[in-house]
Design a protein around this ligand. Structure first.
Ligand code: AMP
Length: 460
């Protein structure tokens, strides 16, 4: 099938040609005709399948057909997404597809001032792309109302629930007019998502499923390195120095602190990189993403939430620096490479305490990941002996979240003693000896005391 065979207005056909699409992807082929008939849709699809155009093009067509006009401080179509990056990306798609029409698109998200977003809503918009928190905030401020809404799209529903947006979604749904067309997209369909879909969609929606959730993209070549946690940074660095064909590399870290640590290791080795995660400002995140897209930096280190839905073409390698504890997340991660018919490589590091996560991933994907070339290990520094300090450092992210702050910024250290390990019995890496905390070198103030001692300026 060709796009030209779909009953889309000339202005939309022209835009599709301008962005270079010729044939609809399977989700587009299956969704667009039903949506144009006004049906509700349940789409089970990941990013990378072309799902944005699958809902954007028919919505634009129906907005053009309806003959209605946007009223002040209202929107006609609402697309709800979990993250700012995704919202910006989807709004950009709408703008591209609607570039030869008079349809307007506005994007609203948190983490930035709301003045310009409020201004853009004064005269009303056709398409509003939003994250839930900022939308409810602006509704509360009477900057926008949903009373004239005709189309409602909930995208990345599983991620929305993971991120704790369920209450916000319910609040938004309660504000929608009864008569509307609904589209619901999720990469996975566990029970709670099915229940949520039933509260939003009209009975008997069209169900479209592309790429079953447990099948990773076959074109991805995978490699596994079993490696001690403390040597992961050195391994990543060595692999990048050794393989110049690793040109556009996405590295996934389980924690924000971990992501920053990885970039420090790479920067020291002269490898251009940046990190994106929830502690970085919106501007820094956008800048890092742009530099990565433009290949000004070679490596982008990201947490799962920050990377969700990020659309970057030609990612050559995905590294699972830490294995995710939700196996479906692994599928999402590695799906960032081998897109648009290209090949891709996914390299996973597995520390001894991640073996269980690895088994869950291999079970879900039904793939036994082959081990990479062990010769690289000879280039790494030898494993260091475990010290109480390194044990404490390695335990971070698995039960010592507050300790990170005090280690990074002693002046802001909490006055209370450091929290105890959450479940010491379950983690063999946690320090076992009584009194270990007294010996921690990086406890608040100790660095300053050491410096004073070294300079002979001891208070006692
Ligand atoms: P999405 O799943 O909507 O995030 O789309 C993933 C990527 O596929 C984006 O870069 C789109 O521009 C691209 N894309 C979407 N539909 C098509 C198509 N029919 N032909 C070629 N590329 C497409």
């Amino acid at each position: 099938m060709l796009f030209s065979e779909l009953p889309l207005a000339n202005s939309l056909q022209r835009a599709v040609r301008a962005v270079g699409y010729e044939q609809p992807t399977p989700i587009q082929e299956q969704s667009i005709p039903s949506l144009l008939e006004g049906k509700d849709l349940l789409g089970i699809a990941q990013t990378g399948t072309g799902k944005t155009a699958a809902f954007a093009l028919p919505i634009l067509q129906l907005l053009l057909d309806s003959g209605k006009f946007r009223a002040p401080k209202t929107c006609r179509a609402l697309i709800l997404l979990p993250t700012r990056e995704l919202a910006i990306q989807v709004a950009d798609c709408f703008k591209q597809y609607a570039q030869f029409t008079a349809i307007s698109t506005t994007c609203i998200f948190g983490g930035v001032g709301d003045a310009s977003q409020k201004n853009s809503l004064i005269r009303g918009v056709d398409v509003l792309v939003a994250t839930p928190g900022r939308l409810l905030d602006l509704i509360g401020q009477k900057a926008v109302s949903l009373k004239a809404l005709e189309f409602f799209v909930l995208d990345e529903a599983d991620r929305m629930l993971d991120m704790g947006f369920i209450h916000d979604i319910r609040k938004v749904v309660a504000l929608l007019p009864q008569k509307r067309q609904n589209l619901f997209f999720s990469a996975t369909m566990p029970d709670d998502i099915t229940k949520l879909a039933a509260t939003i969609l009209r009975p008997n929606p069209v169900r479209v499923e592309v790429t079953p959730q447990s099948t990773p993209i076959e074109r991805i070549r995978q490699e596994l390195y079993r490696i001690d946690k403390r040597r992961k940074g050195a391994l990543l660095k060595e692999l990048l120095l050794e393989h110049s064909e690793m040109k556009k590399v996405l590295v996934f870290s389980r924690t924000k602190h971990g992501a920053d640590k990885i970039t420090r290791v790479l920067e020291k080795a002269g490898i251009k990189c940046a990190a994106i995660h929830g502690n970085k400002s919106q501007t820094r995140r956008q800048e890092a993403l742009k530099n990565f897209k433009d290949e000004k930096i070679r490596v982008l280190v990201a947490t799962d939430i920050a990377a969700r839905g990020i659309d970057v073409d030609d990612v050559s390698h995905v590294f699972n620096y830490d294995l995710p504890d939700v196996p479906e997340t692994f599928v999402h991660r590695i799906g960032r490479t081998a897109r648009a018919g290209k090949d891709g490589i996914a390299i996973s590091f597995c520390a001894p305490d991640e073996e269980q996560d690895l088994r869950a991933i291999e079970k879900l994907t039904k793939v036994k990941i082959p081990e990479g070339d062990k010769a690289i290990f000879e280039k790494l520094p030898p494993p260091q002996k475990e010290t109480p300090e390194s044990e404490m450092r390695n335990a971070r992210g698995r039960g010592f979240p507050r300790r990170e702050k005090s280690a990074q910024n002693p002046s802001k250290a909490p006055k209370q003693p450091a929290p105890k390990p959450v479940q010491p019995a379950q983690n063999s890496e946690l320090p076992q000896k009584p009194g270990h905390q007294k010996r921690r070198r990086n406890r608040p103030g100790s660095r300053a005391r050491r410096r004073m001692r070294e300079s002979g300026n001891t208070p006692n």
